[in-house]
Design a protein around this ligand. Structure first.
Ligand code: AMP
Ligand code: ZN
Length: 114
């Protein structure tokens, strides 16, 4: 996907602050953090949103959740708790159309969200 911001981050064409990487996923710090820890975990395949995950692609979702577990432990937020979010579509507040899991922590996360 030529015009996708997150595909360019994966390829290194756009710089990012890498937190974690494996065969299936890449994780980096959010440029506009909403919490002391705010990390984006993305699949290395261009998938538009959680709605577009097809049979055969769920391995990426698995890997994203596993990465969230590892990163939460490494960042020291696993014990106190954190939030993981897939913003989806317009009402979900999705602005980048490459699947991403927000990992937020380091403070109490209000509910309901804004
Ligand atoms: P969403 O609004 O759920 O689509 O999330 C997109 C996220 O990408 C936002 O939290 C942005 O702050 C973040 N973002 C946009 N551009 C960059 C970038 N170049 N590096 C890191 N994070 C970014
Ligand atoms: Zn992409």
């Amino acid at each position: 996907m030529e015009d996708c911001l997150f595909c360019k981050i994966i390829s290194g064409d756009i710089p990012s602050n890498k937190v974690y990487e494996d065969e299936l996923v890449y994780a980096f710090t959010d440029i506009d953090p909403q919490a002391p820890v705010h990390i984006l975990i993305i699949p290395k395949k261009h998938i538009e949103s959680i709605l577009k995950v097809q049979d055969g692609d769920f391995q990426y979702v698995d890997a994203m959740v596993k990465a969230a577990q590892k990163i939460a432990a490494e960042k020291g937020i696993a014990q106190d708790g954190f939030r993981i979010v897939f913003n989806t579509g317009e009402n979900g507040g999705q602005t980048v159309h490459h699947l991403h899991l927000h990992l937020l922590g380091g403070r109490y996360m209000e509910w309901p969200p804004g």
